[in-house]
Design a protein around this ligand. Structure first.
Ligand code: GLN
Length: 485
């Protein structure tokens, strides 16, 4: 049996029994990478030597009987999460040579849990995009069909998990960047409640929306990872001290009587017929398990994409002001003076989508336009949040497709930013409201392309998401299908 096919919980059981060593898993993963990475391009950087070092340490911890769930398990990290001593580029030329002098809090926690690092994964530059085509280095391919995008911006992480080039991965989600690639690649992606996971060491895109979360092969692994990365962190003032239950303990519960909200605004004309049918079938599966379906309304849904693209770009324009060629990152070779150095470093270092967003955001914040755009968008954000508050008075979760279509062809949307922005139409509201949501494999379309089912929940109620997602997983086989590469 090939170890790279297995999940965290399966491998962890075998490690503790002494049937295998962490080293064997690392062997299997890198053999797999040697075989498939040429076709997939999921990674920016591979950390083979470090992985073997960490595996050796993990093996001695396991021998001493002190192993946790993640001890000795190979994981991949999105390249916008700072790793001490390991290049962290955000898939941007401007950070081409950036080696962080510290670890993000989630990295420290993974290390403390005994994880093994396989490498850093490719992404849309600064997490801006839905297809990984905005990476300044390579386009990651979808393992189910290498002519298609893996989704984005955490496309490298999702493709690596789906292609068995790691056992699990971390991504980040500002407007859908964990859930949409998870849906495209047929794996599980969780965006935790805003504040549940520390953002310390996550390179900021839009700070009021960004959240780190796990991308895994099944729901149990997602719960295991949230247990480890979640919880208060004094280094991130927006991280919250809400109690951290043992999320693996919430998997098995009964879902009888759980009320599922189906927002009528999400089932609109223009949605892919096969996606819609598969989501409807998934809802029937949950009804068969005793859940109750209820139609709800989220009346401000129509404004979500516009609101997001004002707020996210405004925050990005401010966050990305720090890349000026002076302190770190890329510096132009041919500057006339200091001001020219700033301009040229940014001109040469940033890609076109990042520049587009910096300009949009700067405009939205500029004197005279601030009230019309930024302030207005903040007000609409509030209305969107209140839509969810109202909905959650009568339902426990909300179910929608994760994305309106399955993975599209490489190049199909690159010339039309607006159509690219619309791939996140079902995920963006969740970030604006700050609630948690999970995408799980919910079926397949023609062409053997996975469809994602999105379950959103109340603030800090990831337990309910896990319970429902796990019940669904137990009664379906979708998560067991693997791509043939
Ligand atoms: N695709 C969205 C964007 O381009 C969301 C990205 C993300 O969640 N990081 O902004």
């Amino acid at each position: 049996m090939d170890l790279h096919h297995l999940t965290i919980h399966e491998l962890s059981g075998m490690l503790k029994k002494g049937v295998i060593r962490s080293r064997d898993i690392v062997d299997s993963i890198f053999k797999r990478i040697d075989h498939t990475e040429g076709k997939i391009a999921a990674y920016m950087t591979l950390t083979r030597d470090l992985a073997y070092e960490q595996a050796e340490k993990a093996d001695s911890v396991i021998k001493s009987g002190k192993a946790g769930h993640l001890t000795g398990i190979p994981v991949a990290i999105k390249d916008n999460i700072c790793t001490n001593g390991i290049r962290t580029t955000c898939s941007s030329k401007i950070l081409d040579n950036f080696v962080p002098p510290y670890d993000a809090t989630v990295i420290t926690r993974l290390k403390d849990a005994g994880a093994v690092f396989v490498g850093k994964t490719n992404m849309d530059e600064f997490a801006m995009g839905s297809s990984t085509e905005n990476s300044a280095y390579a386009i990651t391919k979808n393992p189910w069909d290498t002519e298609r995008i893996p989704g984005g911006s955490s496309g490298g992480s999702a493709a690596a998990v789906s292609a068995d080039e790691c056992i699990a991965a971390l991504g980040s989600d500002t407007g859908g960047s964990i859930r949409q690639p998870a849906a495209c690649c047929g794996v599980v992606g969780l965006k935790p409640t805003y504040g549940r996971v520390s953002r310390y060491g996550l390179v900021a895109f839009a700070s009021s929306l960004d959240q780190i979360g796990p991308i895994t092969k099944d729901v149990t692994d997602s719960a295991i990872l949230l247990n480890i990365i979640g919880g208060h962190d004094p280094l991130d003032s927006t991280s919250v001290g809400t109690p951290m239950p043992d999320f693996t303990g919430s998997l098995e519960g009964d879902i009888k009587g759980v009320r599922i909200g189906i927002p009528r605004e999400y089932f609109i004309e223009g949605m892919d017929i096969e996606v819609e049918r598969s989501v409807m079938e998934s809802i029937s599966v949950l009804e068969g398990l005793g859940a109750i379906r209820k139609e709800i309304s989220l009346p401000h849904t129509d404004y979500a994409v516009a609101t997001y693209y004002i707020l996210a770009t405004a925050e990005a324009s401010s966050n990305l002001a720090r890349y000026d060629g002076a302190r770190y990152g890329y510096r132009t070779k041919n500057a006339k003076d200091l001001f020219d150095m700033y301009i040229r470093s940014r001109q040469e270092g940033f890609g076109p989508e990042v520049k587009r967003r910096i300009m949009l955001g700067t405009y939205a914040l500029s004197a005279g336009y601030y009230d019309a755009y930024y302030r207005k968008a903040q007000q609409v954000r509030r209305l969107i949040k209140e839509d969810f508050d109202r909905a959650f008075e009568s339902v426990d979760v909300i179910i929608t497709p994760t994305a309106p279509t399955p993975a599209f062809k490489i190049g199909e949307k690159t010339k039309d930013p607006l159509s690219m922005y619309l791939s996140d139409i079902f995920t963006i509201s969740v970030n604006l409201a700050g609630i948690p949501a999970i995408s799980i494999p919910g079926g397949f379309c023609s062409g053997n392309l996975p469809v994602g089912l999105q379950i959103s929940g109340k603030y800090f109620d990831e337990e309910m998401l896990f319970r429902l997602a796990y019940a669904f997983e137990q009664s379906t086989e979708w998560h067991k299908r693997r791509p043939v590469i």
